[in-house]
Structures are given as structure tokens and as C-alpha cells.
Write a protein that binds this ligand. Structure first.
Ligand SMILES: Cc1cc2nc3c(=O)[nH]c(=O)nc-3n(C[C@H](O)[C@H](O)[C@H](O)COP(=O)(O)OP(=O)(O)OC[C@H]3O[C@@H](n4cnc5c(N)ncnc54)[C@H](O)[C@@H]3O)c2cc1C
Length: 380
């Protein structure tokens, strides 16, 4: 069996690692990504706020090559789901099974004024560049603002506001600054009322202004004001923006999408095309766009492919569970476990922020790098 995996993010890395570990050379696995290496989403915040450096959070794919896996660094230009064939800058590839794990692309240019007057910090380049902007910041009005939905890692803007507070305190700039958080959601983490309450309390304690159910539609670079969808304006000296998300163009053109994302069977991750699966941010499976969900979906696809290779019937189905660590600043991290099942109300469990959970979060990153890349790493 030849398995073609598009995208080496959380989903692609977990899938190919599981397949290579459990099936070895028995299957042929081709993993394609345009990037030279992997960067965790949370590492973007760590670099931006000066906790670590850009080279320290870059994990080159060259290290991840395992028996049975061929990694190809190239841009995918077209996907034909009916023949499971892709065209890339490095030629054509096809598979008996195709897994699309190409994530969500970010389009900062879709928000007028964002690139001219603000910093988007969701791309790797944007977050690393924001670090320099923060280094030169001398205090003033800071807005952390979301510009469209859906967006990856819904807790990340709240974490950004709290980390911004710590950053300004450490530099003696907090008294000269204001922080506002503009989010389209009604609560910081809607499926977890306890996590939301803890975040709202942390905002109040730190004098962070919370603007729920509001969205930034653009920035006016001349007047340095954020233009909100409800017609309001908010002046800023520093704007940290979450840009528009959409499927990569190659996915949009593949015929796999409905309403902008790839629909899948929520239990098996199968698309409408035989032997074509999709996992993670690129899908509309019904979970938030976060690495933990992509990884768990990939694991279900791995179970199913391993069973198929062994001639067995797979009973593995996706359960919608994800565990997420939330930075509260002050060297504390909270833990939220959320379950999203189709037809049921999402529900979440919350563990209060603590220093101990900071170590758990670090182990989350360390364990993935050990498993996917076979080497030691600590986040910072
Ligand atoms: C600031 C921030 C903090 C975050 N914190 C967390 C967190 O704490 N926990 C968590 O679980 N998630 C977090 N996330 C979200 C997480 O990073 C993503 O949801 C996750 O990476 C999605 O995994 P994926 O496998 O679906 O896609 P991705 O990891 O995005 O992988 C997709 C891959 O496809 C490749 N690709 C795309 N198009 C092409 C093409 N045409 N040709 C070749 N390759 C292509 C990309 O290079 C990429 O490597 C955070 C995100 C941000 C921005």
C-alpha cells in the first residue's frame, strides 16, 4: 500500500509516525510539505514575547525521516481526489490512499490596513517579526484583535493579552499602557465555562479590557484606529492581529471543499472520495482548529489504515476529545479538556492555572518532538 500524506503539521507528522512505527517498511509512505521544518503554534508566542529564539523552535523535517517514509519538500500545485494524484514542483505523486492534512492558510492581506499598520502574529514569519516590533515598543494602547472566523486555537488571543501584560510589566511599561482584547466569541473558551470564568477574572485583575462578540474588519493606518464590524473605532499604538483563515488555494481548487472547508465523516475522517481522508484544520469536522484535534484525528486514520493493511476490520472512531494548555502569564498554565461530539453540546473540564501545569505543557511539546523527530527538546 502506498500512502500519500499532504502536509507535515500536527496531523501529517502524527499519522506518518504511527504508520512508520507500526508498519515499518511494509507500506510506502510519501509525506509532502512546502516548509523545511515544523514550528508549534505556541512557540510563536514564546518567540514573540522573547522567551526563546526562532532557531530554537524550528524542527527540521530532515530529522524526521523514518524507515518507509519519504519526505519531499515541495509545493503541492494540484490535487485530484478521484485519482488520488497530486502535482507538485517536484513532479507527480499518487497513492492507494491519500490523506489531506494541509491545515489552514493565513491571509493577512484580506484585512485592509493589517499589514501596513498592525502585526499579524499567527504565521511563523509574522510572529517572529512581531518580536522586533515588541522590542521597540515604548508603551501605549495595545489591541489584540481577531479579524475573521474560524481561527486557530481559540484560547490564543486570550493568552496573547495575558502574556502582553507580563511583557509590559517586566519592562516597566504597564502603567503607560492599555490592553484591549477584541474577539468574536461570547466567552474566551465557550465550551468551558470554568476556563472562561478564570480568564475573565485574570483579565479583570490585570485591567485588560475584554470586548466579546466583536470583530475587527480593518485598520486605518493614517489615524491608527481599528475599524470594528459594528461601526465603532478603537485607537491603538500596537495592533496584534489574528488574520483571515482559509484552506490552502490548492485545496480550494481540488473540488474537496463545501462552504470553504473539507467535509468529512466525523467518526472516520473519510471524505466523499474513496480512499481519501482529511484531518485537522483543513476540515469542517466540528472541532476547533487546534493541533491536538488534528493529531487525534490523524491517529484514528492511522488505526484504520493499519487495520486495513493487516486485513482486519477497524473499530477505531474519532471521539472529539482535545486537551489544551492555556498560558495565564505569571509562570502559570491551566489545562482544559474539551469533548466535541456531533449532535451533542461540547463540554469541558478545567484545571486551575499552576506552576505544575507549566511543566505538563512543556512535556506536551517535548513528547511530540521525541516521537516525531526522535530527539530531545524543551520548549524554553
Ligand atoms: C499563536 C498560536 C498558538 C497555538 N497554540 C496551540 C496550542 O497550544 N495547542 C494546539 O493544539 N494548537 C495550537 N495552535 C493551533 C495549531 O498550530 C494548528 O491548529 C495545527 O498546527 C493544525 O494542524 P494541521 O496538521 O491541521 O495543520 P498544520 O500544522 O497547519 O500543517 C499543515 C501543513 O501543510 C503545509 N502546506 C500547506 N499548503 C501546502 C502546499 N500547497 N504545498 C505543500 N505544503 C503545504 C504547511 O506548510 C504545513 O506544514 C496554535 C496556533 C497559533 C497560531
Amino acid at each position: 500500500m502506498r500512502i500519500l500524506v499532504l502536509g507535515a503539521g500536527f496531523g501529517g507528522l502524527e499519522l506518518t509516525t504511527r504508520l512508520a512505527t507500526e508498519l515499518g517498511d511494509d507500506v510506502e509512505i510519501v509525506l509532502i510539505d512546502r516548509a523545511a521544518g515544523f514550528v508549534f503554534g505556541f512557540s510563536k508566542l514564546d518567540v514573540m514575547f522573547g522567551r526563546t529564539t526562532a532557531p530554537a523552535v524550528h524542527h527540521p523535517y530532515g530529522d524526521a525521516v523514518r524507515p518507509g517514509v519519504q519526505f519531499v519538500q515541495t509545493v503541492i500545485r494540484s490535487i485530484d481526489p478521484s485519482t488520488r494524484r497530486v502535482e507538485t514542483d517536484a513532479g507527480s505523486f499518487d497513492g492507494d490512499v491519500l490523506v489531506v492534512a494541509l491545515g489552514a492558510d493565513l491571509d493577512p492581506a484580506a484585512t485592509p490596513g493589517l499589514l501596513e499598520a498592525g502585526c499579524e502574529y499567527y504565521t511563523v514569519e509574522g510572529a517572529f517579526a512581531a518580536r522586533e516590533v515588541l522590542d521597540g515598543f515604548r508603551g501605549g494602547r495595545v489591541i489584540v484583535g481577531v479579524t475573521s472566523t474560524p481561527f486557530k486555537c481559540p484560547p490564543a488571543p486570550s493568552e496573547t493579552a495575558l502574556m502582553m501584560h507580563d511583557f509590559l510589566v517586566a519592562r516597566g511599561l504597564r502603567d503607560a499602557s492599555e490592553i484591549a482584547l477584541v474577539m468574536p466569541l461570547p466567552a474566551p473558551i465557550p465550551p468551558s465555562p470554568f476556563a472562561s470564568a478564570a480568564l475573565l477574572a485574570a483579565f479583570a485583575e490585570r485591567d485588560i479590557a475584554w470586548h466579546p462578540q466583536r470583530i475587527v474588519r480593518g485598520l486605518d493606518p493614517e489615524r491608527k484606529v481599528a475599524l470594528l464590524a459594528d461601526g465603532d473605532e478603537m485607537p491603538f499604538d500596537l495592533f496584534l492581529g489574528v488574520p483571515t483563515h482559509r484552506v490552502p488555494a490548492v485545496v480550494a481548487e481540488s473540488g474537496l471543499c463545501v462552504d470553504g472547508w473539507i467535509p468529512v465523516n466525523p467518526l472516520t475522517l473519510e471524505t466523499a472520495y474513496p480512499d481519501v481522508y482529511a484531518v485537522g484544520d483543513v476540515t469542517s469536522v466540528g472541532t476547533p482548529k487546534a493541533g491536538v484535534f488534528s493529531e487525534r484525528q490523524a491517529s484514528v486514520v492511522a488505526d484504520r489504515l493499519i487495520a486495513r493493511h493487516r486485513g482486519e476490520e477497524s473499530t477505531s472512531t474519532y471521539d472529539g476529545v482535545g486537551i489544551c494548555y492555556v498560558e495565564f502569564g505569571h509562570h502559570r498554565v491551566a489545562r482544559v479538556e474539551v469533548t466535541f461530539r456531533s449532535g451533542e453540546r461540547p463540554n469541558g473540564r478545567f484545571e486551575e492555572p499552576s506552576v505544575a501545569l507549566l511543566a505538563d505543557k512543556s512535556e506536551f511539546g517535548t513528547s511530540r518532538i521525541r516521537r516525531w523527530f526522535g530527539r530531545d527538546w524543551t520548549s524554553y
